[in-house]
Design a binder for this molecule. Sequence first.
Ligand code: HEM
Length: 217
Amino acid sequence: MSATHSPRSRCSGRRAPGCRRTAQSSRSACPEHQLRDEEDRLTEDELTSAAFLVLFAGYENTVNLLGNGLVALLTDPAALARARNGITPTTVDELLRFDPPPQLAIRRFPKEDVVIGGVTVPKGETVLLSLVSAHHDPDRFAAPERLDLDRTDNPHLAFGHGPHYCLGASLARVEAEIGLGTLLTRFPNVALAVPESELQWRGSFRNRGLRTLPVTL
Ligand code: HEM
């Protein structure tokens, strides 16, 4: 996304007199609120979609990483004891592998017929890639059903792969390290307030996340 906001002309966030920008339009008579550069490299739809992705994909996945990660720790006493020594980048990677917030990648559409594992996927067909299946593949991960907070050989795909690798991965990792680490330090007795089987999960087969997470402190 290109923007005209240089340090010199940083947007004040306040609507300047005469500014005509609306929620639907990224063009503006007000230079302070103009989102495009002179080359107009993104269409209106692309710009809206990118803004949506940054705001909502980032928010929802991070919320779910905190929730799913905490449940994984609170239901595994050995892992919880280990996590109390500190939430490290290795810890966060294992939580991302074990119960990834997006269980599926964003849909793919082959531009031509492709053969995968002996199956022909026709051009234009919808392809759903299961990240969580890959994360629990015993041919790739030793004891994949075990939450191993010291796992170092961990090439998980929770942030995707290739040119569309998650833009916010570094931010999300730091948020999880600080969020979970602070919680366990500040509330050392945190525990589930209901049996694990009574936790309410949201009804999405792509995004795995809780409706609520009742805990006692
Ligand atoms: C735990 C937190 C997060 C997880 C698990 C996650 C996961 C992912 C995954 C799997 C993809 C690639 C989707 C695909 O190729 O099918 C992706 C892309 C993306 N993520 Fe995240 N994300 C997280 C946090 C964030 C945050 C905090 C932001 C923004 C601040 C963000 C912004 C994006 C954007 C913009 C893309 C699209 C990149 C592109 O298409 O080039 N994500 N994310």
